[in-house]
Design a protein around this ligand. Structure first.
Ligand code: HSE
Length: 310
């Protein structure tokens, strides 16, 4: 039988308040599953996609997973063919890095299938080029934490230079996914191209403080540093009841609460699972008041990133 490989790659929360395109972390769930198999056609083929209600293109050039694999194979100068099956296990256009998860799972699986010719840093570049198909821009704050696991700071781009941050191992993340769709490339158009110096200064301060807070498990510092003057003022308008949901999370004891990536998902940190559950229930109640369905995910930060599951 032909060798196949099945990989799970996790959802991610990006931006994390003060770190637009700069900060992100991986969750334990949800995530995507991608199955790769060599074929004899000398072509990369997306053979099957499930869980997407027909929303994702199977065309090679329009799919984040196949484009990521294409960049990997081009670098090897290899013309082998690969069949790709994608099982979407997470909502699309949800702000949880769905397209990044498929791209990361695909390059991670392809690398394993070919006996690991590339390092994770090299895989990062391929996955970023794949993910670009969806977001129409290179931003590594979903792809990097998905691939490396943990909490990641993207120090620079071209090439992506990432820093793996220390963080409190017992911190919980509650994610509320309101059943709405926000297209990342559209949501990026809402962001102002220039940032006033005083706002930029507050962001530098908050990023530094958040990294220190994460390193020292200083929950108070983490809480006060998760402030977003770049994206939240504009993107919150796309999420009905956003500030009520945020207030509900903070009143229920959340350390911090903000938009996950370009939304509509909203994340909140807490110190233990009991608080994380309570925060999720309160966020959901606030969402229901707007007559919007939703789902809550509760997870610690996932230290591992993708894993081979078959
Ligand atoms: N940093 C990206 C953005 C994340 O905010 O547009 C998209 O999920």
């Amino acid at each position: 039988m032909e060798k196949t490989i099945k990989v799970f790659a996790p959802a991610t929360v990006s931006n994390v308040g003060c770190g637009f395109d700069t900060l992100g972390f991986a969750l334990n769930e949800p995530g995507d599953i991608v199955i790769l198999k060599k074929n004899n056609l000398n072509k990369i083929k997306v053979t099957k996609i499930t869980g997407d209600k027909g929303a994702i293109s199977k065309k090679m050039e329009e799919n984040t997973a196949s484009m990521a694999v294409k960049h990997l194979l081009s670098k090897l100068n290899d013309s082998i063919g690969i069949d790709i099956e994608i099982r979407k296990k997470m909502p699309l256009s949800s702000g949880l890095g769905s397209s990044a998860a498929s791209a990361v799972a695909a390059v991670f699986a392809a690398n394993k299938l070919l006996n690991n010719p590339f390092s994770k840093n090299e895989l990062l570049e391929f996955a970023l080029l794949g993910e670009k198909v969806a977001s129409k821009a290179i931003h590594a704050d979903n792809v990097a934490p998905c691939l490396f696991g943990g909490f990641i700071l993207v120090r620079d781009y071209n090439p992506a230079d990432i820093v793996e941050l220390n963080y409190p191992r017992n911190m919980y993340c509650t994610v509320l996914y309101p059943q709405l769709k926000i297209n990342t490339s559209e949501a990026r158009k809402l962001i102002k191209k220039n940032l006033q110096l005083t706002k930029a200064r507050r962001h530098f301060g908050n990023i530094g403080a958040l990294v220190a807070g994460l390193n020292n498990s200083d929950y108070e510092l983490i809480g006060k540093s998760i402030v977003d003057e770049i994206s939240e003022p504009f993107r919150s308008k796309l999420i009905p009841g956003y500030f009520d949901i945020k207030n509900a999370a903070l009143t229920a004891g959340a350390i911090a609460c903000n938009i996950s990536g370009s939304g509509p998902s909203i994340f909140a940190f807490s110190k233990n699972q009991k608080e994380a559950n309570k925060i999720g229930a309160e966020m959901m109640l606030a969402l229901k008041k707007k007559n919007i369905q939703g789902k809550v995910y509760i997870s610690k930060i996932n230290p591992n990133g993708p894993k081979v599951i078959g």
